[in-house]
Design a protein around this ligand. Structure first.
Ligand SMILES: C[C@H](O)CC(=O)SCCNC(=O)CCNC(=O)[C@H](O)C(C)(C)COP(=O)(O)OP(=O)(O)OC[C@H]1O[C@@H](n2cnc3c(N)ncnc32)[C@H](O)[C@@H]1OP(=O)(O)O
Length: 702
């Protein structure tokens, strides 16, 4: 079966439908080459064909880019470069045709899919929520390798194109029109009609309309020098040199502005290099892991119940975030219960602020915003709770309070209403201990800020029913989360591996190492923020609360510096009360360490350790604990452990997660370093049994 079908209409406009057999989404594959060439020959030679409209035969999607799995077949940089050149040549031919090509886009047009559309002379897309146009290659450690780095800057200007390619964020329909990526946005029902209208125009390629300032910056040698210098500086500040792709994107765009053929050659050569990098391989694995996880139900073969109406208990920061993702992503009515009207108002404001921004950016229409806001209502009692399918609890961390919430839900709601607790530290079995229907109780642990962090931990206790597990997993997915099912116990998975890493950063400070030097070492290594910045963000009170719980279950290896109690006695809670490790006063709020913290801790800061030692000491404890979690079946497999760490903590994605990283480094070397620190420093570094066993049997995690 062929992936393409060309049908010429009576008016001389040919409709080229792409529909890759046996796949849910169209992707571009190297072996389409011959077929496409033959179709283009037909189009060129058939005088009855005046113009071409490219459409997708798939429901709700255009083309999702080059086939990512195909890239693994490239054995050398030149193999991968050849893939890029092949794509460039096909798209060049389309652009150079004397017949008009129009891309009619409904759903995602990403990567190579958008590059195909950019090679067409005109583009029209639907106003569907699913429509998105972007070049997300950077998220795979790649660059747009089929002319994207050359055509997008021409079409929408260098600065906007740079931003889109460096972040990988796609544009929604309205934004795409505003930026000039598409010529028109129409309802789905008239997509073909609109495309045909454009097909009757001459085959001209579009160019960005620029302001005088943009012309100065983008179209003069001097301006470009400034622009690219700044882009490189900003990129390096963000990537710390850990990701090669963004710099290569800048190089390719710059080369193309100097000279067309140099631009295309640079793009292909650098694409070839990137495909073979370790970073891109790890990022591609993350893509495959997350697509696999989208298909999993949490319990094989157990159908989830529908969750069509929910309650959120507690309107604080977490409750507000949970209400937002439920109303806006899962699109279900949410009833927020709080003990004060202020609590309800703050939960509503959480959604209002985010939605308002989206309206301003033209991602959302005002009417859509109103509809989503109308999905959130509040109450001070349990009115409106009778028929909710799930109550998600996000109240203060007290087991008695949470048990009371379970009893309330059992009293006011239906018999099968699920009670999901967003506790970050209390074992779920304790919350369920007094429940009449413990089978309905489950943990559903989000990460702050809820609207941004993609992970959710689903935590059954031994009595949770399988249907409750699969229903919770399904609902978390509807909220846009990637859920992992983890075993009940202190800290579950993510906080359990984070805690020793954070505490170790604390011990290093107590030895006198400056706070900012520790944070910088961790950020340069690839973490999104340093340990102390993170504690300030999360709240020192909240962050340290989990330590005694972990220590009670797992013992001394979870100790943290006693001196941290002094911070709490001093009412240092972090950013929320403008008093933490960093200073939150004045213009540089959050940038500089608040030096009075050293007096409080009784230390005089002096640099003692190299970045490598700091990172190694913190990281090894995290890796060792992750290995223990696998050993104890807290996580189901290394893949869940990697995704959990990347999506929940921001473990450097280019390293693939703790388990892929250990495989990459070699279990031998991890064990050797752990033993070294256990001998010279503290026995908490004693390697987990699973690591020693793997070393003896020469095993890897994957
Ligand atoms: C030379 C070029 O410049 C290089 C490139 O184009 S690199 C590729 C760039 N494109 C991308 O990064 C887009 C990747 N895809 C996505 O982000 C998402 O799949 C999407 C937003 C398009 C759709 O998401 P969603 O609706 O949740 O569907 P999702 O489950 O992810 O995908 C559906 C199927 O398409 C597959 N798929 C989607 N994009 C794919 C791609 N580019 N390559 C291979 N498979 C892909 C998925 O693996 C999945 O396969 P399955 O049905 O066998 O499990």
């Amino acid at each position: 079966m062929s992936a393409f079908e060309l049908k010429t209409r009576e008016d001389g406009i040919a409709v080229l439908t792409m529909d890759v057999p046996n796949e849910s989404m169209n992707t571009l594959k190297a072996d389409f080459g011959e077929e496409i060439t033959s179709i283009l020959n037909t189009i060129e030679n058939d005088e009855d064909i005046k113009a071409v409209v490219i459409v997708s035969g798939k429901k709700d999607s255009f083309v999702a880019g080059a086939d990512i799995s195909m890239l693994a077949n490239s054995e050398s940089e030149s193999d991968a470069e050849a893939l890029s050149t092949q794509g460039q040549q096909v798209f060049d031919r389309i652009e150079g045709m004397r017949k008009t090509f129009v891309a009619a886009i409904d759903g995602p047009a990403l990567g190579g899919g958008l590059e195909l559309a950019l090679a067409c002379h005109y583009r029209v897309c639907t106003d569907s929520d699913k429509t998105q146009l972007g070049l997300p290659e950077v998220q795979l450690g790649l660059l747009p390798g089929s002319g994207g780095t050359q055509r997008l800057p021409k079409l929408i200007g260098v600065q906007r194109a740079l931003k889109m390619m460096l972040t990988g964020s796609p544009a929604r329909a309205k934004q795409a029109k505003k930026y000039g990526i598409v010529d028109d946005v129409v309802p789905k029902s008239i997509l073909l009609e609109a495309a045909i209208k454009l097909a009757n125009k001459k085959p001209l390629t579009g160019a960005a309309k620029k302001s005088v300032t943009d012309k100065m910056l983008e179209d003069t040698g001097f301006g470009r020098k400034i622009l690219f210098k700044k882009a490189r500086e900003q990129t390096l500040a963000k990537t710390k040199g850990n990701y090669p792709a963004p710099m290569f994107i800048i190089d390719s765009i710059e080369a193309g502005l100097e000279n067309r053929s140099k631009g295309y050659a640079t793009e292909a050569r650098l694409f070839g290099k990137l495909v073979l990098t370790k970073e891109s391989k790890q990022l591609r694995e993350i893509f495959f892991a997350t697509t696999d996880m989208k298909k999993e139900s949490g319990v094989e073969g157990v159908e989830p119940r529908k969750v069509e109406k929910i309650g959120v208990l507690g309107g604080g920061l977490m409750g507000g975030g949970i209400a937002y993702v439920s109303a806006s992503k899962a699109k279900v009515p949410v009833r927020v219960k709080d003990i004060s009207e202020n609590g309800i108002a703050s939960a509503m404001k959480y959604s209002y602020d985010i939605l308002q921004k989206r309206v301003k950016k033209r991602i959302l229409r005002s009417s859509q915003m109103q509809k989503q806001m109308a999905n959130i209502t509040g109450c001070l009692d349990y009115s409106g709770y009778k028929h909710i399918d799930m109550a998600i609890e996000a109240v203060f961390e007290s087991v008695e309070l949470k048990q009371q919430m379970v009893a309330d839900i059992e009293q006011y709601c239906d018999e099968d209403t699920i009670f999901a607790s967003n506790t970050s530290s209390i074992p779920i079995r304790d919350i369920a201990a007094k429940a009449k229907r413990p089978e309905n109780v489950v943990g559903l642990h989000y990460f702050s800020p809820v609207d941004k962090m993609p992970l959710a931990e689903v935590i059954p206790h031994p009595g949770t029913s399988e249907t409750v597990i699969s229903s919770t997993v399904a609902f978390a997915k509807k909220q846009g989360k990637t859920p992992i099912v983890v075993k009940d116990g202190a800290g579950f998975y993510v906080n359990r591996i984070l805690a020793p890493y954070m505490s170790e950063a604390g011990f290093i400070v107590m030895e006198g190492q400056p706070i900012d030097s520790i944070d910088k070492a961790l950020v340069d290594f690839g973490f999104p923020v340093g340990a102390f910045k993170l504690l300030d963000e999360v709240g020192i009170d909240v962050g340290t609360k989990i330590i005694p719980i972990l220590k009670a279950q797992f013992g001394e290896r979870f100790s943290s510096p006693n001196a941290f109690d002094k911070l709490l006695e001093n009412d240092r809670k972090g950013k929320k009360n403008k008093s933490g490790f960093y200073s939150y006063k004045g213009k540089t709020a959050g940038k500089d360490v608040d030096s009075s913290v050293y007096d409080l801790l009784g230390i005089s800061p002096v640099t003692k350790y190299t970045d490598a030692t700091i990172v190694e000491r913190c990281l090894l404890l995290m890796l060792n604990e992750a290995a223990r979690c696998l050993e104890e079946n807290v996580i189901r497999n290394p893949r869940d452990g990697d995704i959990g760490a990347i999506f929940g903590i921001g473990f450097p994605p280019f390293l693939g997660g703790p388990f892929r990283y250990m495989d990459e480094m070699g279990v031998d070397s991890i064990v050797e370093r752990l033993r070294h620190y256990a001998e010279v420093y503290d026995e908490k570094y004693k390697p987990a049994d699973i690591l020693i066993d793997m070393q003896n049997n020469k095993k890897t995690f994957y």
